[in-house]
Design a binder for this molecule. Structure first.
Ligand code: Z5A
Length: 207
């Protein structure tokens, strides 16, 4: 199984927090860890991230444009960063990956699912994560955690119903791939969530 571990979930579920806790844990075991994120993670990908989230030019972009921009960022990231790191034996912890496209653009934006599956494989050169951790947070907890943020980006500005569909979409996807995608109750405190993640890690990658 490859060493790409992806973190998924709706906004404010705690991915960034858990990625840094897992990185720390792996590094204390002497492992090499690369942390990256989507969209972004390369100079071009970070420009695409800006277009997708905050640039005035991105306001009102079509759903197809959005899908292709996420995929373009991913193609850069996999080819130039993720694949070389995996080849060198590093663990790669990625904040969002293909499952986000499947859920946000496929399920929530209702773009053709089969085409998205094909596009995901095209953009990644058929790379599928070894393990995916789906952090599930309740809407109330997510709102509490996001409350301190001063601004909201283009996608965060969607209606609450959009995020209900996203949340349910991730669950449906996880249920269809239970071996790869592990559902985690992310309402708990960070230490508790990290312990659950560690258990899944040890199970997926026995020493
Ligand atoms: N998107 C897409 O549509 N299609 C795609 O293919 C891809 C992405 C790849 C990227 O946004 C957006 O792009 C995203 C999906 C879409 N849009 N939405 N919504 P982003 O990268 O800017 O943001 P995000 O991925 O949604 O994550 P986030 O909002 O930054 O949150 P997070 O990384 O999951 O959580 P966090 O930063 O670790 O925690 C948030 C706060 O909660 C922070 O203050 C923490 O200290 C606190 N926290 C974290 N864990 C806990 C626990 N357990 N208890 C209490 N407090 C906690």
């Amino acid at each position: 199984m490859n060493r790409l571990i992806t973190f998924e979930g709706s906004e404010g579920c705690g991915k960034t927090t858990q990625i840094s806790l897992l990185k720390e844990k792996l590094e204390t075991r002497g492992e090499t860890v690369l942390v990256t994120r989507e969209p972004g993670g390369t100079p071009l990908g970070e420009k695409i991230r800006h277009l997708l989230k905050d640039a005035p030019e991105g306001k009102g972009m079509t759903d197809a444009t959005e899908l292709l921009l996420f995929s373009a960022s991913r193609a850069e990231l996999v080819t130039k960063v993720i694949a070389p790191a995996l080849k060198e034996g590093a663990w790669v912890l990625c904040d969002r990956f293909t499952d986000s496209t499947f859920v946000y653009q496929g399920i929530a934006r209702e773009l053709p699912i089969e085409f998205i599956s094909t596009l995901n494989l095209f953009a990644t050169g058929d790379l599928v994560p070894g393990l995916t951790l789906l952090l599930e947070v309740s809407p109330a907890k997510a709102a509490e955690r996001m409350a301190h943020r001063a601004t909201r980006d283009r996608i965060e500005d969607e209606e609450p119903e959009f995020f209900d569909i996203v949340r349910e979409g991730f669950v449906t996807l996880a249920e269809s791939e239970p071996d790869r995608i592990k559902r985690i109750n992310a309402d708990a405190d960070p230490g508790t969530v990290a312990e659950i993640i560690w258990t899944h890690f040890l199970h997926a990658f026995p020493a």
